[in-house]
Structure formats: C-alpha cells, structure tokens
Ligand binder design. Sequence first.
Ligand SMILES: Cc1ncc(C[n+]2csc(CCOP(=O)(O)OP(=O)(O)O)c2C)c(N)n1
Length: 627
Amino acid sequence: MENEDYKKTAQEIREIILKTTQSNGGHLASNLGVVELSIALHRVFDSPRDKIIFDVSHQCYAHKILTDRRDKFSTLRQTHGISGFTAPVESPHDVFFCGHGGTALSSAMGMAVARDQLHRDYHVIAVIGDASLTNGLTLEALNNMGKNRLIVILNDNGYAISKNVGSIAKYLNGMTRHRFYNNIKTFLKKYAIKLPGGEFLVKLLAGLKQTIKSLLLPSSFFEHYGLKYVGPIDGHNVNELLENLEFCKGQNRPLLLHIKTKKGHGDSHSESSPEKTHGISPPTVKCRGYSVVFGQKICDLAKDNSRIVCITAAMVEGTGLALFQRQYAERCFDVGIAEGHALTFSAGLSRAGLLPVCAIYSTFLQRAFDNIFHDIALQNLPIIVAIDRAGLCANDGPTHHGLFDIAFLRSVPNLVIMQPKDPEELEAMLEAAVNFGKSCCIRYPREVGSIRSPGHSFPGQRSMNVTPEIQLGKSETIRRGKEICLIALGEKVGVAVEIAQKLPQFSFTIINGRFVKPLDGEMLTHCAQNHRLLYTIEDHVKSGGFGSAVLEFLGEKNLKIDAHIFAWPDEFIPHASNGGDLEKMFHFTVGDMIKKIQEDYSNFYFKVYKESDCGTSSRVPRESTIP
Ligand SMILES: Cc1ncc(C[n+]2csc(CCOP(=O)(O)OP(=O)(O)O)c2C)c(N)n1
C-alpha cells in the first residue's frame, strides 16, 4: 500500500470509531490515537497466529475493525453486540479478556515462554500505554524479564485518563523532548544531507546520534531490564511504523519499541480535550450521578476539616474528584494506576493523623484487597474508601461490573461497609464516616436509579425531606407491614418499593439495609420474628453478598423464616446496552421477583396448612413491631 492508501484507511477507521462512540459511548481518544499503529501491526504480523495483546484493551477498536468485526462494529457495547474490550469469545484475534491496567506484559511474557517451551514459532506483541507502564504489575513483569523473544510496544501519549503522573512519566516525557537530541535529528533530516560530502556527514552524525540517544533517551531504563530499546518514533507515520516493526520482528530477543502518539489524533475536539474524550457516555445517560455528588460533598466537608485529603488511582475525572483537585490541589493525590499503593499510601496518611478519602471503582479495588486487609483494617485506621461504580456497569461488561466488593470486604474484621439508597444518603454517610473514626467503605453505583432522582422520597417513608441520620449499624425502615419483609441495599430500595406498589394485596415491610457490616441485628431479629417471608435485594453477586450476610445472621441466631436472596448469579455477567437487558437475561427484573414472591407466598400457606393440620400453626406471624 502507498502512503496515501494508509491515510485513507486510517481516515475510514476514524470515522467508524467516531460515529459508533457518539451513539454507543466508549473509549474515543485512546482509540483515535492508535489507528496507524493498529494498521501497521496487522500489516506486519499475522494475527491470530501472532498474538497481539493490548493492555487494558480499551484501545482495541481499530484492531477489531481491521480483523473480523467491521460489520458488527455498530453493535459495540450493546446487548449481544461486540465488547468494548478484547474478548476471546468474540474472535480468535482477541487473545485475552481484559479491562484492567497492567496485565499485558505479564501475560505476554507467559505466552512467549509457553511458545518457546512448546517449540512453536509465532510472535507475541504487547501494546502498553505510558500510564499502564507505571502500574505495579508491569514493573514486576519488567523486573522478571527473561530472554524469550517478545515485542513490547510502548504507546506514549503522555496521558492516562488525565495527564500521566509520576517520575517515570516525567522521565519519558523529558527525555524524548530533549532539545539537543531533537536538534540533531532535525539537522540530519533537513540540512546535513545537502552539504558537500553530506552522505558521509549523515553517517558520521547518525553514529553520534546513537551515542547521544543512548545517553539521553529512555533506552537505559529499559535496557537495564533486558529489553532492547528501539525508538522513539512517530506513531502516526505508518511507513515509519512498518519499517520499525519489521526490524523488531527480525530480532530474537525481548525488545521495546517506543512510539509517540497524540491521544485523540485526527479529531480536533478529542485532541484538545483528551481527558473528556478518553471515555464518552452514550447520549442516553444523564448525569448528576453519585460521583458528582461525592465530589461536591467531599469539598464541603474539606472546607471545615483540614485533615481530609483525597486519593485516586488515575481516576480523578471518573470518581468526581476533579472539583476537589481544583479547590485543594495540595490535598489531592493522583497516584497513577496503582490501586494497592493508593490504599497503603492512605494507610500512612491516616497513621500520621490525616483523614484519607480514597475514591476507587469497585472493580479496581479488587487489585487492593491485601492493602485493605493488611494495611488498613488490621490496624483499624480511620479511612474512607469511596467505592464508586459498585454494581452493574452494563456497557463495559464483566471486567468492569462492581459485583464482588461486598463478598471480599465482608470477610475482613474491623471494616464498616455501607451503601446509600440515594445520593442524599451518600452525603449523610460521608458525613457520618468522617465522625465514625473507623475504616469505612461506602459503595455506590454510577447512576441514580431511573425511578428516583435526588430529593425524591419513597411513598410511605417518614420524615422525607430532612438529611437522613446515619447511626452505625442501623438500617432505615421505609414502610411497616406484617407479611413480607423486603430488605434492600442501595438503589434496590427503589425496587423494593416498586414491588410493594405492584402487589397491594400483600402487607410489606420495606427496610433500607444501609449497613452490610455491622448488620442491624435488632432489625433482622424483629423482621424474622414478625413476617412470613423475608427477601433481600442487592446489586451484587449472591455468593458472599448482603443477603448472604443476612442469612448467616438468621442461621446463627436460629431465627426461622423462609428467606431468599435476590442478587446476581454466580456467573460472569456480560456487557449489554443497559442494566435492564441484563436483568431480563438473568431473571432479576421486578417482574421476576414478584413472580417468586407470589409463588413463595402460596407455598408458605400450603406448608403452614399441612404442618398445622387445621391452619393454626405458630409460624403465622404477629403484627410487625420493628422499632
Ligand atoms: C487497574 C486499573 N485501574 C484503572 C483503570 C481505568 N483506566 C482505563 S484506561 C486508563 C488509562 C490508561 O492510560 P494508558 O495506558 O496510557 O493508555 P491511553 O488511554 O493513554 O492510550 C485507566 C486509568 C483500569 N482500566 N485498570
């Protein structure tokens, strides 16, 4: 292909990406930045025989369009459509299922070793962004680099979601921009060749350039780890990419090709606002979600409490901390894609007298379990972990659903775990957590439920318009009844209300659980003793979740009641256009719950009638006396 043809292909790919992300949402700027790289990779390498592994894999759109998914690309992130990340179930060209940062180098090294041990002969290529390079996992892999043939492509655009942070970012940036080296490059390209004896001079200076380069460029950093360094080159020049990739392909050792790209390349809006266009939402998603409320409330609290500091792992924008960062720059710490460090760093801040608020997505918190266990809970340090995106993240899918945090956190002693039913309660919980002086986790989803908005009150709820008072380990009774008890967590309180409204023939008690830990034992005891059926509802997997905790309590206290958990099953939940589609797929809609409740209710009476012979069983409950 000629240069012009590459440009045309790149333009076409960019148009597809722009059009699709505008309607479906997705990662825009990162993908626009690697169009030329993807073209060159698929020109030089033979996928799926050769294995191309993307770090995070949020930048795989051009790869998908160039392999076997051009026709399906409009279904990106939609129900039964293609995933926004690489997914081996979708195509043999996608090597790993991934969406978390820092995994590409370790997995690529593993594949390179396996290939050699099994005497196979394909290439393994890892594409890593400059921010993922600084992730602890990548650094551990670098430290473990062997001699197996492996090509690492460092896609250096200076950005994570926001500007990349830390010393490695500065080092890469400073060195590749070094004026002396660049002056030599310009001189060679433009002038030396025109001088008398120009060719000789170019050769001489090229040798000198290599020496200077090895002194100034990041080569020494990578070569210390055993990676031959090639670059830096222009990542938007396909011919330059082809030439260098061909060179890398011929090497029989691990090497790193450093390419410089511009995030959002080819679209002026994305180029000028890479933070805003890293990931864009579908037009249907309205926002004053929980993150915004969190960001504003933490600013309010910080005004009167100078001990409050905020920590994020490369998610300033997503977690709503941008406002705090603007107002309290010196009290806000973006530590890069380093969730474990973010929490242990928070432990240090707390130990020395500050009050850290670490905002982190549920799915990425999975990276930091030991830091919570070992560095925070074990010493009972006052810290607030604000767990954003807890629950379903429909468009992103299994790598991003926040469906496991209760299960892994609940087992850790000392932790307080809570979830607000709405944004107002999030504000109240943040305020309470500041005063609890404990290791507190507050989980909340991205979006405010569709049936409510901030300020809304539930039918039958008492004292609606005052800030809810949060007492440690105490739930909130939304409505009192005597037959069926629904104990819901977070946004699912709205679902409980809807169920009760749709089944007016039954008498429902509705409890807003609020605390997963400590559980409200008094409330649970009353509910078990005064109802016929009990249900828990939560946006989390069934195993080890809130309902699981409730059932453990009932069992331990020998409280007999027919109890059932409404939650996600023990499966990886795929991506979809929206949560509603997933609820249908997994029989977790309001309709499904209503059906189950009706069936259980008839079974209950059938059982009671049989047990008591004439229907006078002691299991028929009394009027609810929930405090
Ligand atoms: C463990 C983890 N933490 C946070 C994220 C959220 N995240 C997705 S992409 C991204 C930035 C990646 O930057 P970089 O690797 O430089 O790639 P670029 O988007 O700049 O091409 C972040 C922080 C993640 N995917 N995984």
